[in-house]
Design a protein around this ligand. Sequence first.
Ligand code: PLP
Length: 384
Amino acid sequence: MSEQGLFGPFGGSYVPEDLQKVLDLLANEFVKAKEDPAFLQEYKDILREFVGRENPLTYAKNLTEKCGGAKIYLKREDLNHTGAHKINNAVGQILLAKRMGAKRVIAETGAGQHGVATATVCAMLGIDCVIYMGKHDISRQALNVFRMELLGATVKSVAAGQGRLKDAVDAALADLIENYQTTFYLLGSAVGPHPFPSMVKFFQSIISEESKQQILEREGKLPTAVVACAGGGSNAIGSFAHYIDEKQVRLIGVEPAEAPTLTKGVPAVIHGFKCLTLLDEDGNPSPTYSIAAGLDYPGIGPEHSYLKETGRAEYVTVSGEEALTAFKLLSETEGIIPALESAHAISYACKLAKELDKQDVIIVNLSGRGDKDVQQVFEMEQSN
Ligand SMILES: *Cc1c(COP(=O)(O)O)cnc(C)c1O
């Protein structure tokens, strides 16, 4: 990565000048913070005492027998406080916000997961929190709105445009430009202009830092493959990070077949950075639909775009229907209800296991728990 946050031709920062100044300040502070032992200690302490890390690497014995072939291990991000990996990044960025003297943290949210993780950490660290959410999404996600409010956050409804995630991003950016001296913008995935992709990777790399040590203790060797679902790409890049230089370890990102950014995308600039992107005939980001809200994004982190182009990582697709089958399979065989996002990774891991040997080891990143999806799956079953 160069100083401008380039990953080969991807990444960078394509934003208006006033926003660029804010990002430069942030990039400078991040470089200092990640070299500061006191900052890193506080980050690790909160991960231990509040998030519940380190979380286990669970051998999925029954799933392994059912799929047949390689041994499948699950990295249990679902056991984190608030039920997914997103809180790792929220802790890191909010500590950075405090270090920079910010009085308030703002974020946007679509389905509400990132908003809840942000509001949670803001409550614990005692900092004001404003979450922008499209009007349309607010009406669909009433319970998450209530959760954020319980946690003391202000949820601002955005009626502009279609009242969806993109409009919430625009509103949050306008707030940041106006209030940058007091305000920190917390981005939830490994996307956006520099330094966000590098920062989010840094705070999510704890996943592979732990899993590498855990698998070496357990199996005495590195895994054959690491498998993770990829929406914006933060849980995937975090679970790949410490294996990228271990060339014998296969890194596999699983995208929804309904939003196959890396499989079918072309290089383009969206939301202030360059990545492989799904475009429609007019060259605009395509509308996508995945049964897993967290995977529903027409772009992907710049480093994934680069890992794909260089061949270091592989990217495959799994359909919503296959994910649903895996959702039930993991629940029945292991007593773990996965998030629908994570179920995409489970589905592919089971396919891959069959192609590999009994001596091979697969680590699947279980990015989150499925409690948030039970109602949706229930309704899908009822309408069948
Ligand atoms: C948000 C979310 C994702 C997708 O985000 P990434 O940045 O691609 O990791 C995946 N799984 C869960 C459980 C999520 O909440």
